[in-house]
Design a protein around this ligand. Structure first.
Ligand code: GLN
Length: 501
């Protein structure tokens, strides 16, 4: 029998439901695994073990009183959070020095919902500062390493989230995705990561990076677990006016229906390959994994057809105008008065500029400068307004493609995890690691990354996980999960655990 920390969310819920283990034991197995491996991985910035234990004891009392997972699907399940989500009484730093010793006075809506579903919510997971980056190297505090190879980055910006699940420290973590920050690290760490449709999940209590692109989503080891968490955290919230009043489907029921479909579960499903994504320069092993995945989808009954997303070439440029523009406005609140750190000055303006000068790292400053520039009078029309128009074209490309197909298949990343330091001096190279993920945020659609194979081990380099991305229609999570699960069940990849687990 594998030890508790190696079990998935669903397996743990089954055990807890049958009273074969307690929530306190499940939490302890997580804490023991953290103690064993996180000195190397460094996914957690901090965690409050006493608070987590109190939550686990409360879950055990509910289990003893007969509360079941049918009513509280996460009862007794440890869930860790990216350091960008407000958790009452806990530190909130966004891996930046500027927040000082700030602690959240309230729970984000997703945290409230996780707790209401019985989860044991604990831990602050490392990230790129204010979620700006693709390797978790812009964190002001620590470097998180990839559990498959400790000389490599875990991806970013939610690198701590991906690494914590890949090293089996927790069965679930929750992060945010503005241009790929859930899907890219999930792929590089060999786990499942979901970016829900814009408006599906309330952003209340998520520190804003680019408000029109940000969305919260889960990291798990299986599609089923990801669907479960997405269901728990989704739904309208009157505290976020961009959350949409659409009913949340029962994702697990949809997966159960699909799982009963036999050996060709994807019969009648159409999957698109975007011709603009078949670019040169794709890593040969990523290319091979994609070809094998396409063959697998066909074997499972899907019809794979070519689609066109004609404005794809402009996605990165559009994103790197809109995201910094919004960031420059959102980050104006870190002024030395309202939150955390302050460096004194002779007047408020000097205090403000000294605080921001000392508190923000280089990447955050680069984005604020870029964003301020594209919003400045004289450049607004030439850059920001144009980018907004192109964004509309990119969204329209996807809506047109979804007239013909149920989902679009892409690699999640152009290559496997890169080495620590390999791209940190070259922002452009770093930005290109999101080339397949950013359009999804610009278009406001949903996306998932699932494991799809490994690189070949080479001298001095162990095998590294690869991920594929499925993009779904707006509010089409249900069918996206069904397609992803059919692939997952037809392949062995998700059963492989990292050497540190
Ligand atoms: N890597 C992208 C960026 O740096 C996306 C980050 C994210 O999704 N938060 O902006």
């Amino acid at each position: 029998m594998p030890s508790l920390h190696r079990l998935t969310l669903s397996e743990l819920a089954d055990r807890l439901g049958r009273r074969e283990c307690s929530a306190v034991e499940v939490l302890q197995s997580s804490l023991d695994q953290i103690a064993r491996v996180d000195g190397d991985v460094r996914a957690f910035m901090s965690f409050d073990a006493a608070d987590a234990r109190a939550q686990a004891e409360a879950a055990d009392r509910e289990l003893a009183a007969g509360v079941t997972h049918a009513s509280k699907p996460l009862l007794g399940i440890p869930v860790a959070l990216k350091d960008v989500l407000a958790h009452r009484g806990q530190p909130l730093n966004c891996s930046s020095k500027i927040l000082g010793n700030y602690r959240s006075p309230y729970d984000a809506t997703v945290v409230e919902r996780l707790k209401a579903a019985g989860a044991v919510v604990f831990g602050r997971l490392n990230m790129d500062e204010f979620a700006m980056g693709s390797s978790t190297e812009t964190s002001a505090f620590q470097r998180t390493l990839n559990p498959w190879d400790l000389t490599r980055i875990p991806g970013g910006s939610s690198g701590g989230c991906a690494a914590s699940v890949a090293a089996a420290m927790v069965p679930v973590s929750v992060g945010s995705d503005t241009g790929g920050s859930i899907r890219q690290p999930a792929a590089l760490c060999g786990v499942v990561g979901v970016k829900p449709t814009y408006g599906r999940v309330s952003r209340y209590g998520l520190t804003a990076f680019a408000s029109s692109l940000d969305q919260i989503g889960p990291f798990t080891r299986t599609v089923r677990d990801a669907a479960l968490i997405t269901g728990v955290i989704s739904g309208q919230d009157r505290r976020d006016s961009t959350s949409v009043p659409q009913p949340v489907p029962d994702y697990l029921a949809a997966l159960n229906r699909a799982a009963a479909a036999g050996s060709r579960p994807l019969a009648g499903v159409r999957i698109g390959l975007a011709k603009e994504y078949m670019i040169g320069g794709l890593d040969a092993e990523v290319d091979a994994a994609m070809k094998a995945s396409v063959a697998k989808f066909v074997e499972l009954g899907a019809e794979v057809v070519e689609v066109s997303l004609p404005h794809s070439d402009y996605a990165a440029a559009t994103y790197y105008i809109i995201a910094p523009a919004e960031a420059s406005a959102n980050l104006a609140r870190f002024d030395g008065v309202r939150y955390g750190a302050r460096v004194e000055g002779k007047d408020p303006a000097e205090m403000n500029s000294r605080t921001r000068g000392a508190g923000f790292g280089a990447e955050v400053k680069r984005r604020i400068i870029l964003g301020t520039y594209v919003l400045s009078s004289g450049y607004y029309d030439a850059y920001y307004l144009r980018a907004q128009k192109v964004r509309t074209l990119i969204r329209q490309d996807f809506l047109n493609a979804f007239e013909k197909v149920d989902a679009i298949l892409t690699p999640t990343t152009p290559s496997a995890a890169f080495r620590v330091g390999e791209k940190s001096d070259d922002p452009l190279q770093m930005y290109l690691s999101d080339i397949f993920t950013i359009s999804c945020n610009l278009a406001g659609i949903c996306g998932i990354s699932i494991p799809c194979g490994f690189t070949q081990p080479k001298p001095g380099v162990p095998r590294l996980p690869l991920g594929l991305q499925l993009l779904g229609k707006p509010f089409g999570e249900e069918s996206m999960f069904q397609i992803a699960q059919a692939y997952e069940q037809g392949t062995p990849w998700h059963r492989e655990l990292s050497p540190l687990s």
